[in-house]
Design a protein around this ligand. Structure first.
Ligand SMILES: Cc1cc2nc3c(=O)[nH]c(=O)nc-3n(C[C@H](O)[C@H](O)[C@H](O)COP(=O)(O)O)c2cc1C
Length: 400
């Protein structure tokens, strides 16, 4: 028989070696419309693919024969030590993956000692996550047309002990995820094909829909019109609630309610990063929302060096979008990022095996970061720098 490489065929996460294996398990376990919701990007998905290509264009130039015994990946984040430069990014509607998903992700983060950022559109109330998971919790904020929603969430997150507020600014005009839209015949109304696919995933249907009831936007359900709180089809309903009129002037309004670290998520230019510093933010998340909003957008990795040159040392710079490997994380740190948020990677782990799957995904990434530091001859992230990277050409993307 001719030699053929062994692809991942494992039935459980125990055999998964990397994030791609976890993704494969997630793809098999979730109904297509849920996997598509997690996976997809906006329009032609140039941004989505560009996020991965940005990493391909960066190669390491390692230092050899360096004693790296006792190396570590600890960082300081808002005055506290974190054992790894990872943060779990806010993702909405997690309850579509499995029951109590937000609590399970938060627990996975807590056991790794890293922050978990809860989405405004979570399917578990922020108070419940704080009570049942503990650990370092951050709250993500979407500002909707009705400002009372934001005021309510910020006040409650403060009271529940959330450590940082992450104000997402790149979804005020909502991205068009056409692949996701095809799962519905109208907002919130799955197609017949989607319904049949659900029937082909009885375990998911029992656990997510039948046993626990359809997940709901519990953080702000009391502000929604009757019947609008269901997360099935939320990706088509939620966009209509967002406020396109918010500006930098609104940061003062948030600052008045929040005296802990405040970050703006969705910055992609040095000018906006400077603006964030000027209006009193503590940090930024360089992000294109994992390719889900503006298509044909730069990758955060493309602009990271100029942003670091503009605000490095003044603001905490966190990067996300497209991180799937420890090498990706180390590349961002070498270019001057302080930490990295991961979105889909831990969702794959969650879909594969709940809290244990998410925890295993974090362990895999932390193991990869550790190995990469070792290969580069670095004892800690303090030894990293742009001198360890070289930009190489990647072939032009084929037009579709
Ligand atoms: C399924 C899904 C839901 C998301 N929901 C939110 C959200 O509610 N709020 C937010 O600020 N970002 C949201 N994001 C964006 C993530 O916070 C993050 O920017 C992105 O996932 C990073 O890219 P990655 O998935 O390639 O790691 C979501 C992303 C995904 C994949």
């Amino acid at each position: 028989m001719p030699w053929k490489r062994r692809e991942f065929r494992g039935l459980t996460f125990a055999r998964a070696l990397n994030v791609a294996d976890m993704r494969e398990l997630a793809r098999r376990r979730l109904p297509g419309f849920v996997f598509e919701y997690i996976e997809g990007g906006a329009e032609d998905e140039h941004t989505l693919r560009g996020n991965r290509r940005a990493f391909e264009a960066l190669r390491f130039v390692p230092n050899t024969l360096v004693d790296t015994t006792g190396r570590h990946q600890r960082i300081q984040l808002f005055g506290r030590e974190s054992p790894s430069p990872l943060i779990i990014a806010p993702t909405g509607m997690n309850g579509m993956v499995c029951p109590r998903a937000d609590v399970l992700l938060a627990r996975a983060a807590a056991s790794a000692g890293i922050p978990f950022c809860l989405s405004t559109v979570s399917t578990t109330r922020l108070e419940e996550v704080a009570q049942e998971a503990g650990g370092r919790l951050w709250m993500q904020l979407y500002v909707m047309r009705n400002r009372k929603v934001a005021e309510d969430i910020v006040t409650r997150a403060h009271r529940a002990g959330y450590e940082a507020l992450v104000f997402t600014t790149d979804a005020n005009v909502f991205g068009m995820r056409e692949w996701d839209r095809r799962s519905y015949r109208a907002p919130g109304r799955p197609t017949l094909r989607t319904m049949l696919d659900i029937l082909r995933h009885p375990r998911w249907m029992y656990q997510v829909i039948l046993r626990h009831g359809v997940p709901r936007f519990v953080n702000f359900e009391s502000f929604l019109p009757p019947g609008a709180g269901s997360a099935v089809g939320g990706s088509t309903v939620i966009p209509t609630l967002f406020a396109p009129e918010i500006t930098w002037n609104d940061i003062a309004w948030l600052r008045g309610m929040w005296d802990r670290p405040l970050l703006v998520k969705g910055v992609l230019s040095a000018a906006d990063a400077v603006r964030a510093a000027e209006v009193g933010c503590d940090g930024i998340v360089l992000s294109n929302h994992g390719g889900r909003q503006l298509d044909c957008c730069v990758s955060p990795m493309d602009v990271l060096p100029e942003v670091v040159a503009a605000v490095g040392g003044r603001l905490t710079i966190i990067v996300d979008s497209g991180f799937r490997r420890g090498t990706d994380v180390v590349k961002a740190l070498a270019l001057g990022a302080d930490a990295v948020m991961i979105g889909r990677a831990t969702l794959y782990g969650l879909a594969a095996a709940g809290e244990r799957g998410a925890r295993r995904t974090l362990e895999m990434l932390m193991g990869e970061i550790d190995r990469t530091l070792g290969h580069l001859g670095c004892r800690s992230v303090a030894d990293l720098g742009p001198h360890l990277l070289r930009r190489v050409p990647v072939p032009a993307e084929e037009s579709r």
